[in-house]
Design a protein around this ligand. Structure first.
Ligand code: BG6
Length: 459
């Protein structure tokens, strides 16, 4: 079915951008905010720290005016837990709650729905130091308290929520959940226990959202790296299937079916590392499945049988020789997005929200104070085209958000890896004047949104 602009994207589709608190806000210790594990990360030589970022905390009104000009109907950010509970537990910080009240009010007043991630890699530092982060069920309980606090406070302002950003990274990157694995008796067992604890925290948040927020919608989110068999050898096909099970399917299966799939339980039991289920865990997971699925999508890889070793690190994953990559080696594969969407639709039949997609590039302002970012326009338009084909083929996608809107600090701590439509005038360590300038892609995305995705080419 075609909408009034003559394409398949449904009316009311969410268009916008996505960021996190710590990559944009700055104000790392203002208004009672406690330190998070991000603030405590060692800063690499010559790279940015997290103290100012793009100063969104003080400039959000100016930025939101630009988002309105772009025509955004949605903006995803995360709440910083350590603004709300500076130590992760104990007294709530009213000033932190007030900041997000003001931010969400400003978005709504400009016709932009806030899409909110509860947790994006920034545990309050005290919880990492005291409890080893999500290795402890105590932190699961504290997360639940924090979730209930913000659901109650923002119940009339935020409808669409995500629990954990890219929950499928827990196994490979438990440090993002505040967990040190060094010295553990069985490191792999600990990684899967943290994964289980995150599933329980997620399910409790789903339960509380449905109880506290009328019409509240909760996602389970993964970073979807599409994978292909490295060759047409059947051995590579099965290796690819098994890699995808561990990378992607496990998470979506639990989010949407509410139970561990047998391909995981058999494997973990065989290795003797099945996580401890407390009383009631299985029932909690079963009763609290998600309302929609969310992905970040940047790249694809291939999987070869020859080097796969069956561990959680999935060593058979290799780059695809048929694809070009960005400066950071991330392969560019718009069709992979369609592969992901079609596969998710076939397996789960749930609505899908693409909550991150984009390309990081080193950029500087030219003499007319802009950036001619044709590569970004091309990258995004090719991905949106594949999304449209997926919709035409029956997939229920209800929103598309680019990664970044203004430039922001990359997850690894580099500022020079820029993602936005809006250039922020600062360097890696030199904050300059932090002024905002529109890149060429600004006008392009504005037209994409105005035509609800019908006009993707740049004139
Ligand atoms: C996603 C994360 O994995 O990718 C973001 O949710 C991150 O936090 C984004 O910034 C892009 O990755 P990077 O490393 O280029 O910043």
């Amino acid at each position: 079915m075609e909408n009034k602009h003559g394409n398949v994207i449904p009316d009311g589709f969410f268009w916008g951008g996505a960021v996190t608190s710590f990559q944009t806000e700055g104000a790392w210790n203002e208004d009672g905010k406690g330190p998070s594990i991000v603030d405590a990360r060692p800063v690499k030589e010559g790279q940015s720290d997290w103290k100012v970022a793009v100063d969104f905390y003080h400039r959000y009104k100016e930025d939101i005016a630009l988002f309105k000009e772009l025509g955004f109907t949605a903006y995803r950010t995360s709440i910083s837990w350590s603004r709300i509970f500076p130590d992760g537990e104990g007294e709530v910080n009213e000033k932190g709650l007030q900041f997000y009240d003001d931010l969400f009010d400003e978005l709504l007043a400009n016709g932009i729905q806030p899409i909110v991630t509860l947790y994006h890699f920034d545990l309050p530092l005290a919880l990492a130091e005291k409890y080893n982060g999500f290795a402890s069920r105590k932190v699961v309980e504290l997360f639940h308290t924090y979730a209930r606090t913000v659901f109650t406070r923002y119940r009339n302002k935020v409808k669409y929520w995500l629990t954990f950003n890219e929950q499928n990274l827990v196994v490979t990157n438990p440090q993002f959940w505040g967990v040190k694995t060094e010295g553990a008796e069985n490191e792999e067992a600990l990684r899967y226990q943290v994964t289980h604890n995150a599933f329980i925290a997620h399910a409790k948040a789903v339960q509380s959202l449905h109880e506290l927020v009328p019409g509240g919608q909760m996602a389970g989110m993964v970073t979807y790296m599409a994978t292909y068999p490295n060759t047409c050898k059947p051995e590579d096909a099965i290796a690819n299937m098994k890699a995808k099970e561990l990378l992607i399917d496990f998470y979506f299966d639990v989010f949407s079916h509410g139970e561990y799939p047998t391909y995981v339980t058999r494997n973990l039991k065989r290795k003797g590392i099945m996580p401890v289920f407390e009383d009631g865990d299985a029932e909690l997971l079963k009763a609290n499945t998600v309302d929609y699925l969310s992905i970040s999508y940047y790249q694809s890889q291939t999987v070869s049988a020859e080097i796969i070793n069956g561990s959680h690190l999935i060593e058979g994953v290799t780059p695809n020789p048929h694809l070009k990559a960005n400066e950071w080696g991330w392969s560019i594969d718009p069709i992979g997005l369609r592969v992901a969407l079609k596969d998710m639709h076939a397996r789960y039949r749930l609505p899908i929200f693409i909550t991150e997609n984009g390309i990081g590039v080193r950029e500087e302002l030219n003499e007319t104070n802009t950036v001619v970012d044709d590569y970004r326009i091309q990258y995004l338009s090719e991905h949106i085209k594949q999304m449209k084909l997926a919709i035409e083929e029956g997939v229920d996608v209800f929103g598309y958000l680019t990664w970044g809107s203004t430039d922001l600090i990359s997850s690894g701590g580099q500022f020079e890896k820029r993602y936005g439509f809006i250039y922020v005038n600062r360097g890696e360590t030199d904050l300059r004047d932090l002024r905002r300038y529109k890149k060429k892609s600004f006008d392009w995305y504005k037209r994409v949104i105005a035509t609800n995705g019908a006009e993707l080419d740049f004139k």
